[in-house]
Design a protein around this ligand. Structure first.
Ligand SMILES: CSC[C@H]1O[C@@H](n2cnc3c(O)ncnc32)[C@H](O)[C@@H]1O
Ligand SMILES: [Zn+2]
Length: 424
């Protein structure tokens, strides 16, 4: 199958140069970007007045948590988790989680997200939804053993069951990732075993690390070191690790992350809402650490809008540093696209010949996106998810002119409403 996108303003190449061009997609790849492509194609999309952008890579989320949106706001992380979120999650059956996953997938497609890295429960159900939706999903079952050896074994079993389920799907879009929740909820034994299993099965690992000051205090009390030093000491870190948050980092931690090639997934919306703190973006980038962008779950953000998240990232670091030159638009745009793809070892995040055809077409025929003086600036500072008109993943159109083609929008919204009525 082929798709020809005509007359767009294309965010082209690794440096995001904006050119007026057509884009030809054959199979799941971008094969040609040039003016006036005349080849015949199965689908032709007119992108006049539109911007053809790399699709967004949400490098940290909990996609089914949209179900819990608005049920517990204005709280610090540990109160939020322990008093409100975990008791509700304890009631989440596979069916409920699947409804949440549909809601999350729908929201992501509508906002131009093409790839997401997820951590949650019932991930076999999330995998089914991901497959059906057409999205590219990196899915981890979130493990928590709280130092109980019986739980350690159970959690590893469930992770391996999920891995087998996802691997058996044989999809080039749906991948299993190991997901120990955090150093404060996982034992050293669990973390070491995950490192071993990730090496054995050649899988990525994702984990929450150094999110709050409370975590730093807890880990320092328990182990006498920072979470990053702890993970380094047990040989957990590597270029296959995507660490969510990384808010509270000393100079030594940053050097360790750089030395090990760890990626950090930045979640500015969640970090601000839970008042967790400000990730040292500049220090990480200057040290050569790969930084991607994530929304975290919809119960701490409270949406999955990567365009909005870019603006939050840019503004947060400017005001924190009292320096408007920090976190410029291109740097932030890179975190939301190519850096996320790099972390997942994915040849995506760039609109260029040979890259995977994961694209978002954004309608710029709107007052808040005119005049088109600076496309990247508009994407970061002026646009939001509602401006996305068409989403393409792996060479397949998931949303065309605002209509999601792979999922039943009305059914998903009704199911979410019904399920939450049963849950709370
Ligand atoms: C074990 S599945 C994932 C687990 O993580 C919880 N969660 C959501 N957001 C955060 C966050 O910012 N820090 C730590 N944990 C978080 C989610 O509710 C699930 O229980
Ligand atoms: Zn999280």
């Amino acid at each position: 199958m082929s798709i020809l996108i005509k007359n767009g303003h294309v965010v082209y190449g690794e440096n995001f140069e904006v050119i007026e061009a057509d884009v030809l997609i054959e199979g799941n790849r971008i094969t040609k970007v040039a003016r006036n492509i005349n080849e015949a194609a199965d689908t032709v999309i007119d992108a006049k007045g539109r911007v053809v952008s790399p699709g967004f890579v949400n490098l940290h989320t909990h996609s089914p948590m949209g179900l819990l949106r608005g049920l517990a706001d204005d709280l610090p992380l540990m109160d939020w988790l322990e008093k409100y979120i975990w008791p509700r999650e304890a009631k989440l059956t596979r069916e409920y989680t699947k409804v949440g996953a549909y809601l999350g997938a729908l929201e992501m497609i509508k906002g131009g997200t093409t790839t997401f890295l997820d951590m949650y429960f019932h991930m076999d159900a999330v995998a089914e939804v991901t497959l059906e939706s057409g999205l590219r999903g990196y899915l981890s079952y979130g493990m928590i053993d709280l130092g109980d050896p019986e739980k350690t074994e159970k959690e590893i079993k469930e992770a391996l069951r999920t891995m087998e389920f996802i691997d058996k799907l044989g999809s080039d879009r749906v991948h299993f990732v190991f997901g120990p929740h955090a150093p404060y909820t996982c034992s050293i034994a669990l973390l070491k075993e995950i490192r071993r299993l990730a090496n054995e099965h050649r899988k990525l690992i994702t984990i929450h690390v150094s999110e709050t000051m409370a975590e730093i205090g807890q880990i320092s009390e328990r182990y006498g070191k920072s979470p990053v030093v702890l993970l380094d000491d047990i040989g957990f870190l590597g270029s296959d690790v995507i660490m969510a948050h990384g808010v509270w980092l000393e100079g030594r931690d940053v050097r360790i992350l750089a030395r090990n090639g760890v990626t950090v997934a930045h979640n500015p919306g969640s970090n601000m809402k839970l008042a967790s703190g400000v990730m040292p973006l500049q220090r990480l980038l200057n040290a050569g650490v790969n930084v991607g962008l994530g929304t975290d779950g919809s119960a701490s953000n409270n949406n999955l809008d990567m365009l909005e998240e870019m603006k939050l990232a840019a503004l947060l670091h400017k005001v924190h540093n009292l320096d408007p030159t920090v976190a410029d638009a291109k740097t932030v745009f890179r975190t939301a696209t190519v850096n996320g793809a790099r972390a997942l070892r994915l040849n995506a995040g760039v609109v260029k010949e040979g890259y995977l055809a994961d694209l978002a077409i954004i309608d710029f025929n709107r007052p808040h996106l005119r005049p088109m003086n600076n496309v990247i600036s508009h994407l970061v500072y002026a646009a939001n998810g509602n401006d996305v008109e068409t989403t393409i993943v792996n060479g397949k159109v998931l949303m065309l002119d605002g209509e999601v083609l792979t999922l039943d929008e009305e059914r998903i919204l009704n199911d979410a409403e019904r399920v939450i009525g049963e849950l709370v």
